[in-house]
Design a protein around this ligand. Structure first.
Ligand code: MG
Length: 336
């Protein structure tokens, strides 16, 4: 098997701001695995919150190149177990390799990934479109310029309630909010009551990631469901989120790829947690991988490619929240 790495600097349509950062470009690494005339793609994006740069991604993947290139006929689960010990500290790199291998494996079997997993795509959830933090006026313009059935609104500013109140005047869409760890327990509880009246569906990660005691209080008293994001990183975190959150937003780069992501979804469902998969400003390469998990999810945030000024691949397409799969095997991706 041959491993090829490509780096990109994805330009965003708008400066993207959340409670702790602001970006205009998203660096991204595409991993290609080639074997026997077939290929598979995986993606990992850089992320300062998790200390991931393209250099670190490439260095860590190169360390495991000999193991990857020696792989033969393994299932994705076997492949993941083989490379996991080398990349325990870099789940982003693990994700890019795991997703590429899952794609390659499905292509070799002549199936789309969701077909290989026996998932029924007829009841897929719609994806939200994210409105990053900006002046209230600009947030309204961004929303109105992108008519959509579900918006995820980034919060964590001194004017959070004013933002949602103003956006609500201009749209009847479903709203979700993401505070990205910026609120206190008191703010989370009082905001939840007001946001519920403004037609908000759920709140994502109100408190700091390690504030489990505070989160328990919010979980027990909030009038809106609370989804974990920064508090739910890897497989061991699902059990921790039980009785602290109503659901989990799993991200493939945080947990190490589709293979552990599927296990996390199964565990979350067993514990009665709502399931969601989120993206990290990936191109259509990463978004197409997420799309194959849709049948197992209650909610999805896979707008990464929609936020780009220019994409680097064709794969799944999203129109008005609904996902359409190309008539191709694997994840269905072709690089431009
Ligand atoms: Mg989030």
């Amino acid at each position: 098997m041959k491993l090829i790495l490509r780096t990109y600097n994805l330009k965003l349509k708008h400066t993207f701001r959340i409670s702790r950062k602001s970006i205009d470009f998203q660096p991204s690494l595409i991993v290609e695995l080639q074997d026997d005339g077939f290929y598979g793609y995986g993606e990992a994006t850089s992320n300062p919150y998790y200390n991931i740069t393209l250099e670190i991604l490439q260095d860590d993947i190169k360390k495991v190149r000999h193991v990857v290139e020696a792989a033969l006929y393994e299932t994705p689960e076997e492949f993941w177990l083989k490379i996991n010990p080398f990349l325990k500290d870099n789940p982003f790199a693990l994700c890019a390799l795991d997703n590429a291998y899952n794609d390659l494996y499905a292509r070799k079997k002549g199936k789309k990934m969701y077909e290989l997993w026996n998932y029924d795509i007829n009841h897929n959830p719609l994806t939200n479109y994210t409105i990053g933090i900006d002046s209230i006026e600009n947030m309204v313009l961004k929303m109105k310029g992108f008519p959509w059935p579900i918006y995820k609104i980034k919060l964590g500013t001194p004017e959070d309630i004013a933002i949602v109140t103003e956006l609500r005047k201009h749209s009847d869409a479903v709203f979700r909010v993401d505070a990205n760890c910026a609120w206190t327990v008191e703010e989370a509880l009082s905001n939840a009551a007001i946001l519920k009246d403004l037609g908000v569906e759920f709140i994502e990660q109100p408190l700091k990631a390690d504030n489990w005691e505070g989160q328990r209080e919010v979980f027990e008293n909030s009038v809106l469901p609370i989804m974990a994001d920064e508090s739910c990183i890897a497989e061991g975190d699902i059990a921790k989120c039980h009785n602290h959150f109503h659901g989990v937003n799993i991200k493939l780069m945080k947990c190490g790829g589709i293979t552990p992501g599927k296990r996390m979804i199964t565990e979350a469902k067993k514990l009665g947690l709502k399931t969601m998969v989120g993206c990290m400003t990936e191109s259509t390469v990463g978004i197409s991988a997420i799309a194959h998990l849709l049948p197992e999810l209650d909610f999805v945030d896979m707008d990464g490619a929609l936020l780009l000024a220019q994409d680097i691949a064709s794969g799944v397409t999203i129109k008005n929240g609904k996902t359409y799969y190309p008539d191709r095997t694997g994840a269905g991706v072709i690089l431009f």
